[in-house]
Design a protein around this ligand. Sequence first.
Ligand code: GTP
Ligand code: SPV
Ligand code: MN
Length: 574
Amino acid sequence: MATAAHALTPLAQLSRAVADWVNSVRELTQPHAIHWCEGTDAEARELTAQLLRGGELKALNPEYFPGCYLYRSAPSDVARVEHLTYICTRSQEDAGPNNHWMDPQQAHAKMRELFRGCMRGRTLYVIPYCMGPLDSPLARCGVEITDSAYVVLNMLIMTRAGRPALERIARDGGFVRGLHSVGELDPERRFIMHFPEELAIESFGSGYGGNALLGKKCHALRIASWQARTEGWLAEHMLIVGLQNPRGETHYLACAFPSACGKTNLAMLIPPDSLPGWRTFTVGDDIAWLHPGDDGRLWAINPEAGYFGVVPGTNPETNRNAYEMIHRDTLFTNVALTADSQPWWEGLATGKPVLDWQGRPYDPARGPAAHPNSRFTVSARRNPGYSPHAEDARGVPISALVFGGRRREVAPLVYEARDWKHGVLVGASLASETTAAAVGQVGVTRRDPMAMQPFCGYNFGDYWQHWLDIGAQLARAPRIYHVNWFRRDAHGKFLWPGYGENLRVLAWMLERCAGDLDTHGLKVGADALAALLTVDAALWRKELAEMREYLGRYGSRLPAALLAELESTEQRLA
Ligand code: GTP
Ligand code: SPV
Ligand code: MN
């Protein structure tokens, strides 16, 4: 039987520090009620029922999608807003040329005026959460205050939220403070502010994804990358996947690809029939916290407990595990609907959309039926491939790190870095075409070092130095690779089949000493394969020149060792 609620200490009395902060936010924002999140299933059901009554959520077809709901965001609030995201450190140099910066005092003053009275007539929710397994010394806690019940439902899936997290905060003391309000959802009054020196986040004016679910990009990457630098670890935009070879040995890979460049899909990869005997296990699909272990290896935990994944393109051929897991207990945001209330998105071979993501009658002339950045939120435990080691307190040991971008040209299918230092240069050189995960133009190639351009909470120059320092501590450092699944032919067609077939490339990495890429049973012509593996010297000279110019922007914060690596790469190419 469940413990009677009255036998438990009220949440508001568990941590004095949290209660004091909640009080000061209450005074500023003036909510009509305060709800401390317990994190129970009953609580999630009540919140869901309340959103259904208010019309904010819509129940999906209970026969095919039991426990699934649709949420439609404001049409002007559909993705992260990098241009409105700031790192507020006392010194602008510490935020670096890679971040928008605002003086912390000025930022606090600006946000205070936006937050003043913003929760009048609304409920203030207090969400204590833990990023990482509750019993892991590598996990870190936070508290998000929000006035959005939809954000609460997402956080309950994406993090270990509720009473156990608050108990840990009461024991440990420290926590990241995240204050969020949807405000009027006005893009002109929208800011995502980070104060790494104070372990604080202030987000106003958006209810979407990484702008509003503060445990994810704001805490687990921007604030955590800062904490990680002081404490000697790495917080990275990486999936973690376990690969078991036909001999029964499992190796773990952590892979950094920019937003909407294939992390969730690779994390849930299903081996193709042509590679019998291989198995894969998902540890994480978006974020990895990497720690040097006593054994000289790098160990990784996934700080998250769920997936906030891109919906379009998910189908039984591309990603069967994801396709199956999102048929139950899943929150859909901004997908289309069929006549019988099933969710629909581009890339499905069956079904027909009648309402688009905005709830309007579907008209192909107005663009895709589902928003290109429509998302599913689902517990990791629903993933059939969830690794039995995903919740190990010490994490899993990493054998290889992989960087990858979305490039129609230049970057070949795969190459290996010579050593850790060269690998840091390879990561720093990452470039990728922009996607719908952030507001702005799609398909523009930009530099995205380590896939962290939108997420590093401090100066990239210092960050690369930190990577070099971590490598120097590792007696058994992972090998480092670069991949590109997105190379195209002259007609714009992808040269590589991708998805499950990507295992060939990963298997090659793990079996490197054994020889060539296994192309047995692969429907890729010899010409296409040659094109995929080509390194065009002229294009690469241009690439390196751009890289030199880019690294130059970091001035005196650029590690000399990284510049030396670039110089030896230039010499090898010459
Ligand atoms: P975020 O959640 O934004 O960080 O994205 P992600 O990196 O997890 O990307 P995801 O796996 O969701 O893939 C994004 C889009 O790329 C989807 O539409 C996929 O169908 C597509 N995609 C993923 N892997 C491949 C691949 O190997 N080849 C091709 N051509 N497309 C892919
Ligand atoms: C990304 O953009 O990399 C995401 C989605 O994973 S969001 O949570 O919105 O950041
Ligand atoms: Mn991501």
